[in-house]
Design a protein around this ligand. Sequence first.
Ligand code: PGA
Ligand code: MN
Length: 470
Amino acid sequence: MISSLRKTRIIATLGPVSETPERLREMMQAGVNIFRLNMSHANHDSVRNLVPTIRGIAEELGLIIGILMDTQGPAVRTGDLPIKFELKVGDILEFTVRGAKSQEVYSVNVNYDGLIDDISKGDVMLVDNGVLHLKVLNKENNRIRCEVLTPGPLGSRRHINLPGVRVNLPPLTEKDIADVALGCELGVDFIALSFCREASDIHEMQRVIATHHGTARVIAKIEDQCAVKCIEEIIEATDAVMIARGDLGIECPMEELPIIQRRIMKKAIQLGRPVIVATHLLESMIENPVPTRAEITDVANAVFEQADAIMLSGETTVGKYPLECIRVMDRVARRIERSGYAPYAKQTVLENDQEKTTRAGVSLANSLPHSGLIVFTSHGVMADYASQLRPQTAPVFAITSQAEVARRLILNWGTHPIVTSKRKGMEQILSEVEEILLKNSLMEKGDSLVILSDLEEGEKNVDSIELRKI
Ligand code: PGA
Ligand code: MN
């Protein structure tokens, strides 16, 4: 069953309120396409449990559901605290590195030793999503003495943002490598690299995945100024990108955020890399059953710009209304998809003959009122091209014999993968596909089908376009 012809994909992060089999099922039925496992919080036992549970329910429902493992990456974090600190304005807090001891009431160690060298007297440090501000008074003997500027609690393992500072941690920490190994063992479809800083970080992730015989596609999370500076080489190197606005909005001046979002969106679509807009899309729905008008507009903007996917984080991990969030995204996306779009796909760079053949097929579909594109694709490449060109109305039905390829194609804008048996001939598959389309009211009798294929014939790949009616 294909549940919808919504073009924008929905990613939901899993957490305490969403991990039961019943809830997973409801979320899939409400329209989630990909589940995200956040390795900053999830432990290996729960991941080992969740992955087969998700696969089982998806199979039962006849849905293609992707799984994305999101690594913690080289994040600077505070260490464990026996109890939460309740910090007041003017309090003194010391950050320690290299095992230094502090005499202060409030002190905590940090996982990044170089912090003491990177930071200077007078700098402001941002902790816990930028909520807690601390001013550096001085630093000596591996202790950074700070004054609290904004009040609030400080718990264990909180994230520290250092805007503009290039952190000297490796692209993948030991924890990340262990997590990636698990992801490869379980066959997750995507692995996200947090705090990706340059193209070589992606190459390192690809190398680690290959070492563990994984097939996961790499998603580069753009979340600091380093990544923004190297954005072109990162997009070239990666399989997909995530605009991680949570950290990006702290690491960069906030008024730059919409400009950076638009730049990444344009570049990713031009180069044919799926792009995900993440964080705070429906933040107020963590507490409330309805979104703010500003949030609806933010979701609409991402859909208008033709993002491949929009992502839920806290809304579906700890929020009170996880299903309502998915329904709101589904509803807004469907409506906005019918209302027009930004012309970014017009500047797509076509490099090879197969891309040009695909464009001819997409133009043909665009010229026909009720049409769909059917793409026969072994590795998903031609289906990638079709999605990248953002056909005006025609959905892309990607036909593949490999479930793995189908699951990674589910991230692509406007793409509906269908898995068929390898042994059947093209005509037989086509009549089965037509049946599926009619049965699910996805297309009607008399509609046009533009059929693209890049199937191997003997030694070579033959690209072809065919037009027929259902
Ligand atoms: P995170 O990444 O949720 O892992 O922090 C997303 C973001 O920073 O927006
Ligand atoms: Mn982040």
